[in-house]
Design a protein around this ligand. Structure first.
Ligand code: FES
Ligand code: FES
Length: 164
């Protein structure tokens, strides 16, 4: 059956099987392989994307359930020349080792920062509970999110960036 989704601002229509998971649609039909599959129990969060602005585990959603919706993946959040503050934060604070969990972490953290511009360490840890990292011990991931929160607040602070 045909499904049409907006992915990273672009409309895609594909013929899919009704059982196709959103994560497989993204990776296999659209070749957006930044969204990872890290488990088969919906626990790891490596597959996290935004669906109409909310973070979801894309292994728990059928592609056809997302018909007409807007999907944002890690490929749509920043570019090499214009990184999202979270991407910069993970880079600056060494928030990754193998990087497998990182796209999902960033998508989950981006949702948090939309609702809480200055989250506490506890709030960050709580929000990322559904995202597993098998390498870092989480400490630098929390620092990366704090780094991004600070940068985003700095950007938005009144009286700043008067030269642009
Ligand atoms: Fe979706 Fe692990 S692949 S939660
Ligand atoms: Fe390796 Fe998180 S950096 S799983």
């Amino acid at each position: 059956m045909n499904v049409t989704l907006q992915v990273n601002g672009k409309s895609y229509t594909r013929d899919v099987e009704p059982r196709t998971l959103l994560v497989h649609f993204l990776r296999e039909d659209l070749a957006l392989t930044g969204t990872h599959v890290g488990c088969d129990t919906s626990q790891c969060g490596a597959c996290t994307v935004h669906l109409n602005g909310d973070a979801v585990k894309s292994c728990t959603v059928l592609a056809v359930q997302a018909e007409g919706m807007e999907v944002t993946t890690i490929e749509g959040i920043g570019t090499v020349g214009d990184l999202h503050p979270l991407q910069t934060g993970f880079w600056e604070e060494h928030g990754l080792q193998c990087g497998f969990c990182t796209p999902g972490m960033i998508m989950a953290a981006a949702e948090l920062l939309k609702h809480d511009a200055n989250p506490s360490e506890e709030a960050i840890r709580h929000h990322l509970e559904g995202n597993f990292c098998r390498c870092t011990g989480y400490h630098n991931i929390v620092k990366a999110v704090q780094h991004a929160a600070g940068a985003m607040q700095g950007k938005q602070a009144p009286g700043q960036a008067a030269d642009d």
